[in-house]
Design a protein around this ligand. Structure first.
Ligand SMILES: *Cc1c(COP(=O)(O)O)cnc(C)c1O
Length: 380
């Protein structure tokens, strides 16, 4: 019999989600509006920052798309984006018919390199096309160098969009990720740190912007008794059923972050004497990662028998344990081959050597034993 699958990250319910869903049924709020939608937005606001206003949406991708619309990005405008990320960070740039400029990572947080960011902005200015927005990402929950990135954006007066899809609960200098930029993006997809089965949120700086985002997300209906439209709208609002799951998940978010951080500790311990393997961790105490996913770098010049990232991945696969190479950088993706890129080979090297490991808050001692024995066998 095949052993049960150990996932990288799977949904982990707290228990109260079903009660919020039941009340939606009882009150017949089976719609993309209702008390759970309002309640979930309030919960997120309380958790992140009372000065922020939140619009919950059908996905994190929709939130990025709306942020670009709200910032007035037009055809052929430049939008700067971290290269090392999931394609959903960059795809909305193309929905807008804008041009992406991809930026390399720095090795400490694996996120946007401030030096390459500045070069890209200077390039845009020389071309008489100052970039309209910067999309930075907090990969695997690790906060980017937000102090440097934000000060560069401020210096050039360019909007900052924080893709915090993987970083709900992470902080930089004790401030929550997703609250630094002009807009912050969250995702509640099935594999994220909390899930609504599918969903996202846009973190806004004002009530006015939140209202405008909801307007675009609900087909841009003008204020009239009939259906009247002066702008193109979208159907991007979150369902009241899904929002109910979100309210239940908010109750266990901090507990689940603690468990994910324990998984990271487990890997630090597991690999502490393994030559050639380093576990990804915070550069210093300014950074607090939710450790959505734990990851390792494999230096096959130093590992026993020159084992590679791929050898480790295949050994896990053999035992029905999921692991996955780091995101393949966007500037190396066929679909983005014509876009600009600034930086060196940090992202490329991370992709070659990096592997994400099972990181869920619902992993058991037995799961950890299975992981330990694969590594024990490989490196014995
Ligand atoms: C998951 C994710 C998204 C997209 O979120 P969805 O809710 O799946 O649309 C965007 N950016 C990053 C970095 C992600 O990991």
């Amino acid at each position: 019999m095949q052993k049960s699958k150990i996932w990288l990250s799977s949904p982990h319910m707290g228990g109260d989600e079903i009660n919020y869903i039941n009340s939606a049924f009882k009150e017949n709020w089976i719609a993309p509006l209702g008390p759970n939608v309002i309640g979930f937005e309030k919960d997120l606001q309380t958790y992140l920052d009372e000065n922020k206003k939140i619009a919950v949406l059908s996905s994190g991708t929709a939130a990025i798309h709306l942020s670009l619309i709200m910032l007035g990005v037009k055809r052929n405008d430049y939008v700067i984006c971290q290269s090392m990320t999931f394609s959903a960070s960059a795809n909305p740039i193309k929905y807008m018919d804008a041009k992406a400029i991809f930026i390399d990572s720095e090795p400490d947080t694996w996120n946007m390199c401030p030096k390459a960011l500045r070069k890209a902005i200077e390039y845009g200015i020389r071309e008489n096309k100052k970039p309209k927005a910067v999309i930075c990402v907090h990969l695997y929950g690790m906060p980017a160098q937000l102090d440097k990135i934000k000060s560069i954006c401020d210096e050039y007066d360019i909007a900052l969009i924080e893709d915090a899809a993987e970083a709900l609960g992470s902080t930089f200098e004790n401030q929550k990720c997703g609250t630094f930029g002009d807009y912050g993006i969250l995702s509640f997809n099935g594999n994220k740190i909390i899930t609504t089965s599918g969903g996202g949120a846009l973190v806004c700086n004002s009530q006015e912007n939140q209202k405008k985002a909801v307007f675009y997300a609900t087909q841009a209906r003008d204020d009239a008794p009939h259906y009247q439209h002066s702008e193109i709208g979208y159907n991007y609002r979150l369902s009241n059923i899904s929002a109910g799951i979100g309210r239940g998940q908010m109750q266990v978010l901090d507990k689940h972050i603690a468990l994910r951080r324990k998984m990271n500790q487990f890997y630090q311990e597991l690999f502490k004497d393994t030559e050639g393997i380093t576990v990804f961790k915070e550069p210093n105490s300014d950074y607090f990662s939710n450790h959505w996913l734990s990851a390792i770098l494999v230096d096959s010049k130093k590992t026993k028998n020159n084992l590679t990232r791929e050898d480790i991945r295949l050994a896990f696969e053999e035992e029905n344990i999921e692991s996955r190479p780091l995101w393949k950088p966007m500037h190396l993706q066929p679909v983005f081959k014509d876009e600009l890129y600034f930086g060196g080979t940090v992202a490329e090297d991370l992709f070659r050597d990096g592997l994400c490991l099972p990181s869920g808050s619902n992993l058991t001692d037995e799961d950890r034993d299975r992981i330990t024995s694969v590594i024990g066998e490989l490196f014995k």
